[in-house]
Design a protein around this ligand. Structure first.
Ligand SMILES: Nc1ccn([C@@H]2O[C@H](COP(=O)(O)OP(=O)(O)OP(=O)(O)O)[C@@H](O)[C@H]2O)c(=O)n1
Ligand SMILES: [Mg+2]
Length: 408
């Protein structure tokens, strides 16, 4: 018996959109696993009907239907058989724009109105079975972030399904790896703030990142923050982070830098004295809950603690500058310090009306750091210094170098 292969999912969607896409997913209709094994495909997992092409390595999935059989991921049963149709396979998918297929003649198969929704710029679920996978809440928010600049919006009825999922508590059953994968991809999209905003719109933000959610409604002094609301500031900072094309760790740090402001007692509003240190515990909690990679965790903690130092860079004493450099280990980790400067710039410019204000602090710190790094240990070694003494002398030379830079 012969089988038919179709291109599906993101590749079809992005081809129709004229959007770059470099991964191809295929669906195979009318085949048994044995047929694919005989043709040289390798199975991806034990009980999962997905195979890798012998030459291209791309994913080929047997057409399947899915049923949810329990709470959480893994609570799925698949049904594959050669008589599962393409339409059935497409129906189990998340969004209409993701539920189109293309045959080898370039002919589009679009039973659920995906093309119309692409044209209307709508992210709409295919069927009520959307709710069987809570990860889709994050996926839709991520697509909203990715295609925002093209005018895409989440359909009202899809948003209500997302709200239902958020309210059901099912998001708690998602494992950290899947959540992080979505968050990290979303942060790297062109409008990462739309991801956070969409999660908030459907009540998922408080489920997934309650520490971020609680910033909404918390005021800041209007003098420095014309947008006033800390949650809005948060979104604006992410927008700037994308505009500055910051790498993932810096964007993650941007998202978490002000968590301390959510912990200020109301009677102190709109001031947030000491929010930098106060936020550290919250940053740590989020870091661990989503199992962010080490680099992201570290930078988020450092940016939380030191972003105000960066804004005040020009007023800092040489001693304080050196302490900052030490905290960042700028001598061995120059790229991490650069990411810190980027995140702080996004923080300074992520304020209504201040998006284009200059941020001379970054260059100032960059130069000061260069002077500290340029201090050579060689002359000190030649003086015969060792151990703690050597360390102290090196510190002193650096202090001189930074002080000299400051008076310049
Ligand atoms: N929770 C999920 C994950 C995936 N899919 C379906 O599987 C396809 C492929 O999934 P994936 O590669 O994760 O996403 P893409 O849509 O290809 O988008 P991208 O890779 O660009 O993120 C999707 O288009 C969608 O039809 C789904 O319905 N529900
Ligand atoms: Mg894909």
């Amino acid at each position: 018996m012969s089988y038919t292969t179709y291109l599906v999912g993101g590749a079809v969607r992005d081809r129709l959109l004229g959007y770059p896409h470099d991964e191809h997913d295929w669906v195979v209709v009318g085949a048994t696993p044995e047929q694919l094994l005989d043709a040289g495909y390798t199975p991806v997992g034990q009980d999962f009907p997905v195979f890798l092409h012998p030459k291209t390595g791309e994913e080929y999935a047997l057409a399947r239907t899915e049923r949810k059989s329990g709470v959480g991921y893994g609570g799925f049963t698949f049904h594959t058989s050669p008589d599962v149709t393409l339409e059935q396979d497409l129906q189990r998918r998340d969004l209409t724009i993701n539920a189109m297929a293309m045959d080898d003649q370039g002919q589009l198969i679009d039973p659920y109105g995906g093309q119309a929704d692409l044209q209307a710029r709508i992210l709409r679920h295919v069927a009520p079975a959307f709710v069987e996978d809570p990860l889709r809440v994050l996926r839709v928010a991520r697509f909203a972030a990715r295609y925002h600049h093209l005018g895409f919006q989440v359909a009202a009825e899809t948003l209500s399904l997302m709200r239902e999922l958020a309210r059901s508590g099912e998001l708690q059953a998602l494992n950290a790896e899947r959540i992080w994968k979505e968050i990290s991809r979303a942060l790297m999209e062109r409008n990462p703030e739309i991801f956070v905003q969409t999660l908030r719109d459907c009540g998922a933000l408080v489920e997934l990142l309650p520490e971020v959610d609680r910033l909404f409604g918390v005021p800041q002094p209007e003098q420095h923050h014309p947008e006033v609301d800390t949650g809005i500031h948060q979104l604006l900072v992410l927008q700037q982070a994308a505009r500055l094309e910051l790498p993932l760790a810096a964007r993650w740090a941007c998202l978490l830098h002000d968590l301390g402001k959510g912990l200020t007692p109301e009677e102190h509003w709109p001031k947030h004295h000491g929010h930098e240190k106060k936020g550290l515990a919250a940053v740590k909690a989020v870091n661990q809950r989503v199992k962010a990679p080490r680099e992201c965790q570290e930078l988020a903690l450092l940016v939380c603690e030191y972003h105000t130092h960066c804004h005040r860079a020009l007023e800092l004493r040489p001693e304080t500058l050196l302490k900052l450099f030490k905290a960042f280990d700028i001598y061995r980790r120059p790229e991490r310090f650069e990411q810190f400067l980027g995140a702080c710039q996004a923080d300074a410019q992520g304020r209504t009306g201040l998006e284009d204000r200059p941020y001379p602090q970054a260059d100032y710190l960059r130069k000061a750091a260069e002077h500290a790094r340029a201090v050579s240990v060689q002359p000190l070694l030649e003086q015969g210094l060792q151990g703690a003494e050597l360390g102290k002398a090196l510190e002193k030379s650096r202090l001189h170098a930074v002080a000299a830079f400051k008076t310049d």
